[in-house]
Design a protein around this ligand. Structure first.
Ligand code: MN
Ligand code: MN
Length: 468
């Protein structure tokens, strides 16, 4: 077959214009298989790490197997040493000391391990018409109507007055019961359907049904509530007052699933932001040899409620860690921070062909087009963004291309349509060069979110390239 000669225009376009392609058309068969295999590791992690406390426990278990030990600020560290530092059981920092002095700066990847959910109120247990319920206060930005009529599991901890911590997980094992927020049948929903979607299920209607059998005693009041607290007492050795000092979260029950005949997507609760947390964390675990710059992975809490609180990244815990690390290496914390660079790792909105109008197609993330890099976030006139410098973007482009990472750029939504922020600004405020990066997601903040396996793998590769 005769090959037609390319025209000048075609040659010039090849030379000067950017080309975008589906990762499935770029990756080799072998690499696609690697991606699918890697995603099995991720699916296992996300299925058992639904809340921040569990993500901390599960990452620390894996890290200890790889030789990580608790960070001791009074010790001197040498290249190749591996340490971790837990913040109140809800955030954790992992670090591998590099061959360059710490004073030359750190490579930091930061992601969050909390996800939107229904938290129990402090005084949650009540009975209404012989059903027992837990009152909830939703955590993070959710479409409340999505959380009715789905199986919910309960995760968290109850802390008794003497400090005993009782860990709770109900609804995940095959034989476990689950819980449910009830909704109205369509036949009787005429009035409900006139409500605005934000109020289809109102905040105070997100009550979780937890039982209906009474304690058999004619004289006792609220017999169903009594029977439930009796069960809780038998199982956890607690009374109603102990629920005052508890953090119990209702999350969608069940494990991560492959989605699609071709199994190209993973459906799960909490991809935002376990997908970036796990890819960053596992890249650090899989490091071969000693990295040049000290490599740090921060898994933080409270991003979904604005990063406030002592386990969120508006607090000083990362700064204190870096100061301690700098001290133990004979440097100054602020100097280390000024020379550090950070990938603020959080998911981005993937283009959904069913809802094309909310994204600007030249500047949004597409599913299966690789990890997404975002120079700035922010609402309206970039309000609240740290906006990475062009110099740092150029550096990140180089790192990604040298690591053969398939990557794209994208902004979350059209200008003035909404938007969202991440932890980037709080790390940049420590004088660290910071940019947003993350996996594109469909149905973000829904009980069942979707990511592409190829994108997950490219996100992992991005962290491997950055942290090495
Ligand atoms: Mn997020
Ligand atoms: Mn989020």
């Amino acid at each position: 077959m005769a090959t037609e000669k390319k025209t000048d225009g075609e040659l010039l376009a090849e030379k000067l214009l950017m080309k975008k392609k589906h990762a499935g058309l770029i990756m080799s068969d072998e690499e696609i298989k690697e991606a699918f295999d890697y995603c099995e590791r991720y699916k296992s992690f996300i299925s058992i790490s639904k809340i921040e406390r569990e993500a901390v426990v599960n990452t620390v278990i894996e890290a200890e197997k790889k030789g990580f030990v608790p960070f001791d600020p009074d010790r001197q560290y040498k290249p190749g040493d591996k340490v971790y530092s837990i913040n109140r059981g809800k955030a954790v920092i992992f670090a591998v000391i590099g061959s360059e002095p710490v004073s030359e700066g750190l490579n930091i990847a930061a992601a969050h391990i909390d996800s939107p959910r229904l938290d129990l109120k402090q005084n949650p247990l009540f009975e209404n018409e012989e059903n027992a319920y837990f009152k909830t206060h939703y955590y993070g930005g959710i479409k409340k109507y999505q959380w009715g009529t789905i199986p919910l599991a309960l995760h968290g901890a109850i802390v008794k007055k003497d400090g005993t911590v009782v860990n709770v997980t109900v609804g995940e094992d095959e034989g476990d019961p689950v819980f449910c927020v009830t909704d109205l049948l369509p036949h009787l929903a005429q009035e409900q359907m006139k409500r605005t979607p934000a109020e289809l299920l109102k905040g105070e209607e997100l009550n979780i049904l937890i039982g209906s059998l009474p304690f058999r005693d004619d004289k006792a009041a609220e017999k169903v509530k009594l029977a439930i607290i009796k069960l809780l007492n038998e199982k956890y050795d607690i009374d109603e007052g102990d629920l005052l000092s508890a953090e119990l979260d209702a999350v969608p029950a069940g494990r991560a699933k492959d989605v699609g005949f071709d199994r190209s997507y993973i459906g799960a609760y909490g991809h935002d932001d376990k997908v970036c947390s796990y890819t960053a964390f596992s890249a650090l675990m899989d490091l071969k040899g000693i990295p040049e710059r000290t490599a740090v992975v921060v898994l933080t809490d409270k991003e979904e409620t604005g990063s406030d609180g002592n386990t969120g990244l508006k607090s000083s815990y990362l700064k204190y860690f870096v100061e301690d690390l700098a001290d133990s290496c004979g440097s100054k914390g602020h100097r280390v921070l000024s020379k550090s660079r950070c990938l603020s790792a959080d998911v981005n909105a993937g283009f959904d062909p069913t809802f094309p109008d909310v994204l600007e197609k030249r500047n949004c993330a597409f599913m299966n087009y690789g990890v997404c890099i975002t120079k700035f976030t922010g609402a309206r006139g970039k309000s609240g963004t740290s906006d990475a410098s062009a110099e740092f973007v150029a550096e990140v482009r180089r790192i990604m291309d040298e690591g053969n990472v398939i990557w794209q750029t994208g902004e979350l939504g059209k200008v003035d349509l909404g938007g969202g922020g991440t932890v980037a600004a709080y790390i940049a405020n420590l004088d660290v060069d910071t940019i947003d990066i993350g996996t594109p997601v469909l149905c973000m903040h829904a009980p069942f979110e979707l990511v592409s396996k190829l994108d997950v793998y490219q996100t992992y590769k991005a962290f491997c390239a950055f942290l090495k």
